[in-house]
Design a protein around this ligand. Structure first.
Ligand SMILES: Nc1ncnc2c1ncn2[C@@H]1O[C@H](COP(=O)(O)OP(=O)(O)OP(=O)(O)O)[C@@H](O)[C@H]1O
Length: 972
């Protein structure tokens, strides 16, 4: 076959691009790619870039602590006599530097540049790391974490050193996770007065990948293991909750603690492992406050996901529910007077305080903890980037403050436009050859392809941050054409991933099917969690080299890369300075890279705003309790319901403990009228009452139900109205009414659902009589739906119209949910409604959470029958099956379509499955495959192997469940 015409300066299209060649060979074999010449290695005196370390801490005494705790005496300071501040500035504010490798040019040479930045502070680095020449990755790290690290008790950075007070099993646990020694800054931070003793709170800030978590982890573990108190860790994203839970489980897997027995501690028999519970959408949590030792919760920020059809505000509800777990745990503990068991609360990414949707809950939680001064609950606040008013946060939280700029992996930063690569201070460091190819005409796209190729050919991982989900997929598909070829072994690994993707519940995504064999994938909210996990794992193992992702997703997943390519926009808007900083920091994989590189690729027209963005200071964190949000009302309701603030005096103290009090110039003048308004509102809504004679406020039953279920005041009232109306006339002939009832309120309150009226009309027409009755009952009129389908507009210009629109939106969403309950797989429902399957999956998770919290609401209200009903549906939604399949669906992997196929083919119970064999199960699993792969014979064989494995797991689980059932029956 002929070579392709020479249309691109990059040699990858010069007929030598292996991927093109790959398509040319009929037998599917790929010859090894021509490897470009290796880059000249930098001379010894050149460092790939600088590492920065800059630590300072404030005088604990400068921060007034109004509670009764006293700080231990300060350690003597050395130096210039300035007691309250020590600064170690290892400057590496420079950008650029090191070597840049982009796509090779026509001649096959590579465009490589070196910049020559000297590290002025090399001696500082030597002090900590003990090297003097160009550092290798290992030189940049603390001593390697060998399994023997726990024996190194002399080194004060070793986790085994006595000063850290960690049990041997804990030190070994960290060692298994690759952490044996602390970075100097971590040790210095932990060593601040009062931290290890738990007497002092702390707020600290360090760059991405600096190892911030370890400080909080050590403090939390000491509380849990040494003091036997509980820890709550509040994280910003669901994906990190899973990761964090796994990490802590691994660290603490060998730790066992004595179980208190009446009359003392029985050290012989009663020892147990720690209960580390992750509260994320995908899990049904069976462990309650009483049993858990560590609760990992989230405040996922998902509203920028921009899912077509339904605005992301829908996600907010699930996020709130799961953050509210932290809040609700604290409320419940206050209520039953076990709050003294809580020892520490960690707030990761404390800047989330100013998130419009959930920030106020964070503030509320922290405020309550501050009011519980006698309980001595340690508060730890972590920030990635120093917000302008970071010290105000520390003052508010009565915390010590620590700031450092240490990065274990040096960073090179670049700005790219018009096919030129500059340092941030505008020094041209390289040119990217422009292209004649139509698809690479656009300089931004050309730069992305070129930069990705340059890194991948050197076997490095690349993250490409794109402005939208669509763009992720487009860039991914384009990159496939330019990826270097790989040997058979890597190809096989990639095909394994394709097979794994094919066996997920939603089947193989068409775009991923094309990109993964080339080592390219994308990662965004539109994918299901299984898909995202598989992709992240494959990337981590190196089979996938490039991930194109959206900002929100990538910020929530720990996926560092040697090279990070960034678009300055998210949707149509520019990124926020904080988000950009997060992305830039993703460059450099600890333990794998000597340095990280990031490239901000923009258009020349955008240069001015992009430069402004680069120079923008980190915004100040502000409180969300002000403004028109429900925050203040909720804060007061919770204060009253938990009896932390029931009189004028205690309410005033409570408000003094809020962030808004600390950030408002004349707080009393500003806050007083707002507080009075909020109290009036809560009274009017019958959430609280006032006992004037005795001068105190108390929560009504609705108020208590609202707080116990983690809702805000408005949601509580809305839910109460809806449920009490429904209770009088519940339509249980079919599913429709109950499904509507547990469709999250949020999706209807935020004016965010974009109803496809024609689709809704079709669905309403399909409803049976009971469905129509349910529709009428909740206020959905088929005639109105029909009118809208013919081109009407949904008016939202008055409270009545807003309320009406909310009902229609909620009904529309409940139609989707109903399909899930009726065993339609996620991807089919997604296709029917033209919505990303990730969204549908998230919707079902959200609804499960909503049904559970509504159940709590009902229980507190005394509506037990309804609570049971909600629980039943929440369970069914979890399994994706109708009632007759609920028994079968207890078996792992036997859900939704698979459960129905088992049922239809005679395996109607767990017992029947346990009595079958792998061969039968493989046949049924094959029938349930969502999409038949168009694979060659050999591939089919491997696929069968995968199904056999799964059938084995199913069989084993069915036998175990059946045996347990028999045991339970015998005991009864
Ligand atoms: N002292 C240490 N020795 C070895 N590895 C460490 C150490 N501290 C942290 N790490 C590892 O460094 C990686 C990054 O740490 P961590 O996630 O805490 O960073 P971070 O500062 O929270 O960054 P981000 O802002 O990206 O979340 C993790 O893999 C962690 O296990």
């Amino acid at each position: 076959m002929e070579n392709r015409p020479s249309t691109h300066p990059g040699n990858y299209l010069n007929g030598r691009h292996p991927n093109l060649r790959e398509r040319q060979l009929p037998d599917g074999n790929i010859p090894p790619p021509p490897r470009p010449p290796p880059p000249p290695s930098p001379p010894q005196h050149q460092r790939p870039s600088g590492t920065a370390y800059h630590a300072k801490r404030t005088n604990p005494e400068l921060i007034s602590r109004s509670n009764s705790r006293t700080l231990p005496p300060k350690r003597p300071r050395t130096g210039n006599g300035e007691q309250h501040q020590r600064r170690n500035r290892w400057s590496n504010d420079r950008v650029g530097g090191g070597e840049i490798k982009v796509a090779p040019d026509w001649s096959g040479n590579e465009t490589t540049t070196n910049t020559d930045h000297e590290d002025k502070d090399q001696h500082q680095r030597e002090r900590y790391f003990g090297f003097s020449s160009t550092p290798t990755p290992s030189a940049l790290m603390p001593p390697p974490s060998t399994p023997l690290a726990y024996r190194d008790m002399q080194n004060e950075h070793s986790l085994a050193h006595a000063r850290w007070g960690l049990r041997r099993e804990v030190v070994m646990g960290f060692s298994r996770c690759g952490i044996g020694y602390m970075y100097p800054w971590q040790a210095e931070c932990l060593d601040m007065g009062g931290l290890l003793t738990g007497e002092s709170n702390v707020v600290y800030t360090a760059p991405t990948s600096a190892g911030k978590s370890l400080v909080a982890d050590i403090l939390a573990i000491r509380k849990v293991v040494n003091e036997r108190r509980k820890a709550i860790i509040v994280l910003p994203y669901i994906a990190i909750v899973q990761e964090k839970t796994r990490f802590l489980k691994k660290v603490l897997e060998k730790v066992r603690v004595a179980v208190p027995k009446r009359g003392g501690w029985d050290k012989v028999n009663l020892w147990r492992h720690l209960n580390i519970v992750g509260f994320h959408g995908g899990s049904k949590v069976r462990v309650g406050w009483k049993e858990l030792d560590v609760a990992v919760c989230t405040i996922e920020k998902v509203r920028q996901m921009g899912i077509r059809g339904i605005a992301p505000a829908d996600y907010d509800h699930s996020a709130e529910i799961f953050l509210s777990v932290a809040n609700a745990l604290v409320n419940a503990a206050i209520e039953d007077r076990t709050i003294d068991q809580l020892g520490i609360v960690v707030f990761d990414e404390l800047h989330m305080l100013d998130d419009d949707h959930r920030g106020y809950i964070l503030e509320l939680l922290a405020t309550k903890l501050l009011c519980l001064a006698e309980e001595n609950i340690q508060i730890v606040g972590i920030l990635t980037s120093a917000q302008q008013n970071v010290k105000v946060l520390a003052t508010w939280l009565k915390a010590q403050f620590y700031e450092c700029a240490f990065r274990p992996i040096p960073l090179q930063e670049h700005l790219v436009y018009d096919n030129n690569i500059y340092t941030y201070d505008e020094k041209l460091v390289a040119k990217i050859p422009s292209s004649e190819l139509k698809e690479l005409k656009d300089p931004v796209t050309n730069a992305i392809v070129s930069l990705v190729y340059g890194a991948v050919i050197e076997d490095h991982g690349v993250l490409v941050f794109c402005e939208s989900r669509r763009r992720c997929e487009d860039v991914g598909k384009l990159l496939v054409k330019f990826m270097p070829a790989v040997d058979e072994e890597v190809r096989e690994k990639r095909m394994e991933i394709v097979r794994d993707l094919a066996t997920t519940s939603t089947g193989l995504d068409f775009a991923l099917e094309k990109t993964v064999p080339a080592g390219v994938a994308f990662h965004h909210a539109g994918l299901t969690t299984e898909e995202r996990d598989l992709i992240a794992e494959a990337y981590d193992q190196g089979s996938i080299k490039v991930i194109c992702c959206t900002a929100t997703m990538a910020a929530g997943v720990n996926l560092p890369a040697r090279r990070v390519v960034i678009s300055p926009r998210m949707g149509r808007d520019f990124l926020s300075p904080t988000m950009l900083k997060q992305m830039r920091g993703r460059a450099g994989r600890k333990g794998r890279d000597t340095h990280g590189e990031n490239y901000l690729c923009c258009r020349k027209e955008d240069l001015v705003p992009v430069k402004e963005l680069l120079n923008a200071p980190m915004p100040s964190v502000r409180s969300c309790l002000g403004g028109e949000t429900a925050g203040l009302k909720r804060a007061i309701l919770e204060g009253i319901a938990t009896r932390l603030a029931t009189s004028d005096g205690s309410l005033s103290e409570y408000m003094h403990a809020t962030l808004i009090y600390h950030t408002t110039p004349e707080p009393l003048k500003y806050l007083e009228p707002k507080i009075l308004d909020a109290i009036e509102y809560l009274k009017e809504m019958k959430l609280i009452n006032e006992d004037r004679t005795r001068g105190y406020f108390y929560a009504t039953r609705i108020g208590n139900a609202t707080v116990a279920s983690g809702f805000g005041p408005e949601e509580g009232i809305f839910l109460h109205d809806e449920l009490s109306r429904a209770l009088m006339n519940f339509n249980l002939e079919g599913d429709m009414h109950i499904v509507y009832q547990f469709t999250p309120i949020h999706s209807s309150t935020t004016a965010s659902v974009d109803i496809d009226w024609k689709l809704m009309r079709e669905e309403v027409e399909k409803l049976d009589e009971s469905g129509i009755r349910a529709a009428n009952f909740v206020g959905v009129n088929p005639a109105f739906v029909n009118k809208m389908a013919q081109g009407g507009t949904l008016r939202e210009d008055s409270p009545q119209n807003i309320s009406k629109a909310r009902v229609y939106r909620r009904f529309y969403v409940s139609l989707m949910l109903r399909e899930l309950l009726n065993e339609k797989p996620v991807h089919i429902v997604a296709a029917n409604y033209n919505i990303a399957r990730g969204f549908i999956q998230q919707l079902s998770t959200t609804c499960k959470g909503f049904a559970t919290t509504s159940g709590t609401f009902c229980k507190v209200m005394g509506w037990t029958g309804l609570a049971v009903l909600l629980e039943h549906y929440s369970w069914r939604l979890d399994m994706g099956v109708k009632a007759d399949l609920m028994d079968l669906a207890r078996i792992p992997f036997v859900k939704s379509v698979t459960a129905r196929i088992f049922h239809e083919n005679g395996l109607k119970s767990v017992e029947a499955v346990s009595a079958s064999n792998v061969e039968i199960l493989v046949k049924l699993l094959d029938l349930a495959q969502p999409k038949k792969l168009r694979l060659r014979e050999a591939e089919m064989g491997k696929m069968r192997g995968r199904l056999e494995q799964r059938a084995g797991v199913i069989l084993e689980a069915a036998v175990a469940i059946y045996e347990q059932d028999c045991k339970d029956a015998a005991e009864e």
